[in-house]
Design a protein around this ligand. Structure first.
Ligand code: ZDR
Length: 277
């Protein structure tokens, strides 16, 4: 199988061009290639595919083999892959995902995609649709007990589920202990991605993420969008802010006119390779 290793601010995936390759068991392949000791090493597997309705289609599998509805960092890399490899000559493309169609606008330098602005669509705030089990219609600043401690949690779906909680010192957080307890908490029927956020100022938010099916990653595109939305809802952020992640920064805007969230950030190729699967 030919593949390309790419990352969006350190959130790394193995990308496969399914115009040329056929993958029958993507969950198993995701588990195998993601292994950082016995495989290629990645946070998961991304398939770039033809679409019936849009320019391209993306499928994304976490390192544990589960399929996610959407991935913000991966979709920017898909934009870079299809443009840089000549699968399109357009700088604006539509990509079909399990979370609906996303529109990508690529910024090109010297013939290659440098950064991508993605229209991530409207955030989903209905508890039932996120999904989070609650008698409240929206889940904003609600008390949740995790491992005997109380956390204030705001839930947002960007096509995939996110739980956002605020604290003062995220650098010293033992995320590998608390992360799985959020991920598998009984109130999240589809498990959840969890963002731990430190508000630096009204336009700078710092976060760490525990990803469903992958553990701590260096960055999370949909998570950064969820954090911005949650922070506006909690009155701690402007509608446009820089979200600082371990692997780098993303610029996120929740547009007042169309209610869409826009994410801008880099997409980077690491290398091409071939592996026997
Ligand atoms: C968080 C994520 N890396 C991104 O960039 O949006 C997406 C990965 C998918 C996530 N682990 C999930 O929803 O299961």
């Amino acid at each position: 199988m030919k593949f390309t290793k790419m990352h969006g601010i350190g959130n790394d995936y193995v990308y496969v061009n399914c115009f040329e390759e056929k993958i029958e068991n993507p969950s198993e392949v995701a588990i195998k290639v993601s292994d950082r000791h016995f495989g290629i090493g990645s946070d998961g597997l991304v398939l770039i595919m033809p679409s019936q309705t849009e320019d391209f289609r993306m499928r994304m599998f976490n390192a544990d083999g589960s399929e996610a509805e959407m991935c913000g960092n991966a979709i920017r890399c898909v934009g870079k892959y299809v443009y840089d490899n000549g699968l399109t000559d357009k700088d604006t493309i539509s990509v079909e995902t399990l979370a609906g169609t996303k529109i990508l606008k690529m910024q090109i330098e010297e013939g290659k995609v440098k950064t991508v602005r993605v229209d991530m669509g409207e955030p989903i705030l209905d508890s039932e649709k996120i999904p989070v089990t609650s008698n409240k219609e929206k889940f904003i600043d609600e008390d949740v007990e995790v491992d005997g401690e109380n956390y204030k949690v705001t839930c947002v779906s960007m096509g995939n589920p996110h739980a956002v909680t605020y604290m003062n010192d995220i650098d010293h957080l033992k995320i590998e202990e608390i992360g799985p307890k959020f991920e598998h908490h009984g109130i999240f029927p589809k498990r959840t991605n969890t963002e731990f956020v430190e508000v630096l100022d009204r336009s700078t938010l710092k976060m760490r993420v525990w990803e469903r099916g992958a553990g701590e990653t260096l960055a999370c595109g949909t998570g950064a969008c969820a954090v911005l939305v949650a922070s506006v809802l909690n009155g701690v952020s402007e509608r446009k802010a820089t979200v600082k992640l371990i692997g780098g920064d993303l610029l996120i805007e929740w547009n007042e006119q169309d209610n869409h969230v826009y994410m801008t950030g880099p997409a980077t190729k690491v290398f091409d390779g071939e592996i026997k699967i």
